[in-house]
Design a protein around this ligand. Structure first.
Ligand SMILES: CC(C)(COP(=O)(O)OP(=O)(O)OC[C@H]1O[C@@H](n2cnc3c(N)ncnc32)[C@H](O)[C@@H]1OP(=O)(O)O)[C@@H](O)C(=O)NCCC(=O)NCCS
Length: 173
């Protein structure tokens, strides 16, 4: 299938927002999505963007049954490893179900790797849910290593409330 991968523009945020929700539904965590397309516009398309995004687009004649031509996305940002230096973190990778199996996911993932390489990143990190064997196999097939299995890393988060509680304990200047 004919498709194009390009950097997202501000006006793509509605489509990205739609697919963020689709991905959350797929991951059974739809209730956790609080972000709006306005927030994506603000955070991704300002002077110092907090993320970058690539879009997969199909021609009008291949649009989805609901009329969408933007059918996949990869959202990523830059992190830093104190062992290795510049790194890129893939937050989301998603292709709409009716467009899967056409090389779009691979196209998005490899493009993120290319961008990372151009920015002199030395690694591409991501997280995937335990039960998502399909995605885990997809990444493994492309050469990714499972750090939980090989190094025993746990994924840790302070949610908003716990982060705010912690902040209250910060030493005063
Ligand atoms: C994972 C996902 C992005 C893959 O996108 P896709 O467009 O269907 O994948 P592609 O057609 O690009 O597949 C590319 C390659 O991966 C292989 N592949 C795809 N799914 C695979 C799987 N489940 N297991 C092993 N290999 C797989 C294909 O055979 C193909 O191999 P090739 O390079 O030798 O031709 C897509 O299935 C998706 O959006 N899934 C739901 C959301 C999700 O799980 N996202 C990841 C969250 S971390």
């Amino acid at each position: 299938m004919d498709f194009k991968i390009r950097p997202a523009r501000k006006e793509d945020c509605k489509d990205v927002s739609r697919m963020i929700m689709d991905l959350a539904v797929f991951e059974n965590v739809a209730d956790q999505v609080k972000i709006s397309h306005e927030e994506l516009e603000r955070d991704g398309f300002c002077q110092n963007p907090l993320f970058e995004c690539l879009i997969a687009e199909v021609p009008e004649e291949h649009k989805s049954k609901d009329g969408f031509t933007v059918v996949g996305y990869a959202l990523y940002f830059y992190t830093y490893s104190t062992w290795k230096g510049r790194s890129v973190y893939l937050e989301d990778l998603y292709v709409m179900p009716e467009f899967r199996g056409n090389g779009i996911g691979k196209g998005l993932l490899s493009k993120v790797a290319e961008v990372g390489k151009e920015k002199q990143c030395v690694r591409l990190n991501l997280s995937v849910l335990d039960w998502n064997t399909s995605a885990r196999e997809f990444y493994a097939a492309k050469g990714a290593q499972n750090l939980t299995e090989s190094e025993g890393w746990h994924s840790i988060r302070f949610d908003k409330l716990n982060m705010e509680n912690l902040a209250k304990e910060a030493p005063k200047d």
